[in-house]
Ligand binder design. Structure first.
Ligand code: ARG
Length: 399
């Protein structure tokens, strides 16, 4: 039987050229795999037909939007996942799910090799290949751009010579990766980190500087999961989609970041993730209300480590699996409503309400109705400060 290669296919120039390129260089049959993660744009059937027209023997297409929202975005929300405190991992989260579908297609079509269109400089090659190693250690990986000398110029020439049905003229200077959790834009003039992003690079967000009336939204959480918006029940996918639209209209969720890549270089990327940033802000505030202090403090460390592991391509790894259990457990009481005002690029929390609340009005109030026994504070402070006092006295003795 001829060797078969399963290729992660986007429908764009590089991965379209990769189909005949791989076939020519390796003698294998290529199966194209396209995964819908809510990135919008062309429909899957158009993409499927293009793959076949470029010479794929099979084209596997999957609508994985709900799966992505439920199994990847939701755990990220529960972990308030922000790499370097700002990047909501939009691209990082998608790779392990694409890997799942690549492996499924490889099994279904009897392929022994998996291919992706990443360069040798980025994080995504690591996420794909470590992901494959974790799920299907028997499969081999090949990256035509990195391993089979396929450059972008050569790809354009090749497509023209072979009359492949792809647009090669409109040279977009940016590298863009998008899905329902957000959008990543790099390259072009953004590589000069002094250059400010121009309005035209954004697609999910409107200009936050334009004055508009605020949009008030109430998000209901059930154990960390967004369960309703303004009282209407929603799935995770619906919650993200609706908030992308509503928060995006107020220019919310733009991030311009020079980040530390796994391969050691620093790179500049511009992100927009209106739904993700709004949900994380709301979720964090509900944690402030419902999670006990020490648990909340420790969770911040866990959240950060969780984000780093996912960024670093370790979605499937022993540490990440263990942290998942912790994150799930800490979300047990994160239920209730958060009211937010969306305006001018910001989501400002204006109210919270929860049956699981640890906020006790009668303890917090300074008005009549105060139940807090202030006489206890004196002794508490005496003991709390005792060791500090002893150390200070010694310092005094020693001059
Ligand atoms: N820097 C981000 C990450 O490593 C996004 C990578 C993909 N970006 C792109 N514009 N193609 O997760």
């Amino acid at each position: 039987m001829t060797n078969r290669v399963v290729l992660a296919y986007s429908g764009g120039l590089d991965t379209s050229v990769a189909i005949p390129w791989i076939a020519e260089r390796t003698g294998a049959e290529v199966i194209a795999v396209a995964v819908d993660l809510g990135q919008g744009g062309e429909d899957l059937d158009t993409i499927r037909k293009r793959a076949l027209a470029c010479g794929a023997v099979e084209a596997y297409v999957a609508d994985a939007r709900d799966e992505f929202a439920e199994q990847y975005c939701l755990p990220a929300l529960k972990a308030n996942a922000l790499y370097m405190d700002r990047y909501p991992l939009t691209s990082s989260l998608s790779r392990p799910l694409i890997v799942e579908h690549l492996v499924a297609a490889a099994r279904q079509h009897g392929a022994s090799v998996v291919a992706h269109g990443c360069t040798g400089k980025g994080n995504d090659q690591v996420r794909f290949e470590v992901g494959i190693a974790a799920r299907a250690p028997d499969l081999k990986c090949v990256a035509p751009i990195r391993d089979l000398a396929m450059t972008r110029d050569k790809a354009i020439d090749y497509a023209e010579q072979h009359e492949l049905p792809i647009e090669t003229t409109k040279a977009n200077p940016f590298s863009i990766d998008q899905n329902v959790w957000g959008r990543s834009v790099e390259c072009g003039f953004l590589e000069d980190i002094w250059n400010g992003p121009t309005e035209d690079i954004y697609a999910y967000t409107a200009d936050p500087a334009v004055p508009r009336p605020a949009d008030e939204v109430v998000i209901t959480f059930d154990r960390g999961r967004p369960a309703a918006i303004d009282g209407r029940p929603v799935t995770m996918l619906q919650a993200v989609t609706e908030l992308n639209r509503r928060a995006g209209a107020h220019g919310l969720g733009r991030v311009d970041l020079v980040e530390d890549r796994l391969v050691g270089i620093k790179s500049r990327e511009v992100y927009e993730a209106p739904g993700a940033i709004t949900l994380i802000s709301a979720h964090r505030e509900l944690e402030n209300v419902t999670v006990e202090r020490d648990l909340a403090r420790f969770k911040r460390t866990v959240d950060q480590r969780w984000a780093e592991l996912v960024y670093d391509g370790l979605w499937s790894s022993p540490l990440k699996n263990a942290l998942d259990v912790f994150v799930e457990h800490t979300n047990e009481h994160v239920s209730g409503d958060v009211r937010m005002s969306l305006q001018g690029g910001r989501a400002v929390v204006t109210g919270r309400s929860s049956a699981e609340s640890l906020y006790d009005f009668s303890l917090a109030t300074y008005d009549s109705g105060d139940m807090f026994d202030q006489s206890l504070a004196r002794g508490f402070i005496e003991l709390w400060g005792l060791r500090t006092k002893l150390a200070a006295k010694r310092d005094q003795r020693n001059g």
